[in-house]
Design a protein. Structure first.
Length: 94
């Protein structure tokens, strides 16, 4: 048992702002930060890399919002995609 009280933060791409998903996260107590894609992919000069990023995952370059997890000033950060299903207690990570 840990005495750490976790807080939950979600980065939501600005293209998904003001949607039912954002509202649902706020309704269950998550701190929601609406963010833009952290880099301008049009500045990427390597065609293969640009193409791979643009077609990555479900959301193309919006997938890059994961990088915001690395900007947090906390001791522990657990980054999960929305399509992750947690099956066991994760408190030992705290």
């Amino acid at each position: 048992p840990s005495d750490v009280i976790p807080s939950f933060k979600s980065f939501v791409h600005d293209s998904a702002a003001n949607t039912p998903c954002e509202e649902a996260l706020r309704n269950v107590g998550w701190d929601v930060e609406v963010v833009p894609t952290p880099i301008d992919i049009t500045a990427i000069k390597t065609p293969n890399l640009l193409d791979r990023i643009a077609k990555n995952g479900c959301c193309g370059d919006a997938e890059l919002i994961k990088f915001y997890g690395y900007t947090q000033k906390t001791e522990v950060v657990v980054m999960l995609d929305v399509d992750v299903l947690i099956l066991k207690d994760m408190s030992e990570l705290l």
